[in-house]
Design a protein around this ligand. Structure first.
Ligand SMILES: Cc1ncc(COP(=O)(O)O)c(C=O)c1O
Length: 413
């Protein structure tokens, strides 16, 4: 016979255990949630598992991540091409340090703030892949040059080259500059041939600038579907760059580096003239990259593993064929996202903090309220930009937390 108190305790327990079975698991219930942030600050992950994490959050499978890093590093070593990976996709010093430890000669960055972050963390050979067009960017690029003489950046405009010369002379430093040339992407890069070589010569003649070579990023090639079509596109996009290199060498200009390439074209661009690769997405991969196809399979790109997921919670279920989640617009949910291990679920959004997972009647198992689901995001650059940390997982266990470049402390992103 139950006492009233026992009855209430048992009913409550049964309710939780039935409706939200994962929450009723003893290890989860007993975790000191009030200390969650303190635990992370002191890197005490004892007993912390994926099912305890606040959602939506980014989770990195450490084994797959390390495999990706090794695959790219081994390829670079084997083929004799340098690796200067792009950090825009991860914005993480922890990731960058691991890339360097495996042989990367430096990093490429999209913003001066990323460059400062990586250089200030002691990483040498940072190449900023945009030109310093504003006074703010220019003065910071020069200040970083003074602090870290291995820092480099690009220029694609003679006026900016002159401004760099003036600012570098005033600061009594020698700026290291590569000329950004057009490689099929109409957002950056001076015209190949004579205009590019004239700019390189102008830089050569500038007392306070050292010419490093060229940067040629063939961004459209990176996501061209099928290996054969991608190879063709990359070769076409880099053909003008090769003419520029030839003309520059004939003009007696020292061309040290030709930087470019991407996760999609890493295994073709050496033949098309690049001396170093700026690949970024390979560390985590996203759902859109997965579809570009590879050498062995035209439909799926399997060279690198999807090591990053967004962990989300199913938080309401009232309508046929769908559940709601906490993965909405603010978390950058996209209809092109895919669900790990549950390909029958489709992702959409229903507001800032509301996402939808839907399925047809022919689909597999239906998600339940309280379930955790892992999503492969569509575009790493965009998604990682709106999260603050990566939870690093070994199986179900959280073994580390790596900060993503912060929004508030970062002198702009
Ligand atoms: C200039 C530049 N280089 C390299 C990359 C890296 O490309 P991916 O992430 O496709 O490897 C990017 C990404 O957009 C880029 O903008």
């Amino acid at each position: 016979m139950f006492t009233r108190r026992q009855f209430i305790a048992t009913s409550a327990g049964t309710l939780v255990a039935t409706a939200l079975p994962h929450i009723a698991r003893a290890d989860v219930k007993n975790f000191p949630f009030a200390e969650f942030e303190q635990r992370i600050a002191r890197k005490d992950f004892k007993g912390m598992t994926k099912d305890m994490l606040p959602t939506p959050c980014m989770v990195v499978d450490i084994d797959l991540f390390e495999k990706n890093l090794r695959t790219m590093a081994d390829y670079a070593k084997k083929t004799g091409i340098s690796l200067r990976p792009h950090v825009k996709v991860h914005k993480s010093v922890d990731v960058a340090q691991r890339q360097i430890a495996l042989g990367a000669i430096g990093l490429t960055t999209a913003t001066i703030a990323e460059s400062e972050l990586m250089s200030n963390a002691g990483i040498k050979g940072v190449l900023w892949t945009k030109q310093p067009a504003s006074v703010n960017n220019l003065m910071r690029a020069i200040a970083l040059t003074r602090k870290d003489p291995t820092f480099m950046f690009v220029v694609d405009d003679p006026r900016v080259a002159d401004q760099v010369q003036e600012a570098a002379a005033a600061a009594r430093v020698k700026a290291r500059v590569a000329v950004a040339v057009y490689a099929g992407l109409k957002r950056q890069g001076i015209e190949n041939g004579r205009p590019a070589v004239d700019l390189a010569s102008r830089i050569m003649k500038s007392k306070n600038i050292q010419l490093e070579g060229f940067m040629a990023y063939s961004g459209y090639a990176s996501h061209t579907k099928t290996f054969a079509a991608r190879c063709k596109k990359s070769q076409e996009d880099l053909s003008g760059v090769n003419e520029t290199i030839e003309l520059a060498r004939k003009s007696g200009l020292p061309i040290g580096i030709v930087s470019g390439g991407s996760t999609g074209t890493y295994n073709m661009d050496k033949a098309f003239g690049l001396t170093e690769l700026e690949c970024g997405s390979y560390v985590f991969m996203d759902s859109i990259y997965r579809e570009v196809g590879g050498q062995s399979d035209d439909a799926v790109y399997t060279d690198f593993e999807n090591s990053l997921t967004v962990l989300v919670t199913v938080d309401s279920k009232h309508h046929h064929g769908q559940v709601s989640t906490d993965y909405g617009n603010k978390a950058l949910a996209r209809p092109t996202d895919t669900v790990k291990g549950k390909p029958w679920l489709k992702v959409s959004t229903e507001g800032a903090e509301y996402g939808i997972l839907s399925w047809s009647d022919a689909g597999g198992e239906e998600p339940k309220v309280g379930d955790r689901v892992e999503i492969y995001c569509s575009n790493l650059d965009m998604s990682t930009n709106c999260y603050d940390r990566y939870y690093i997982a070994k199986g179900n266990d959280i073994i580390d937390v790596w900060p993503i470049m912060g929004r508030s402390g970062a002198a702009q992103r």
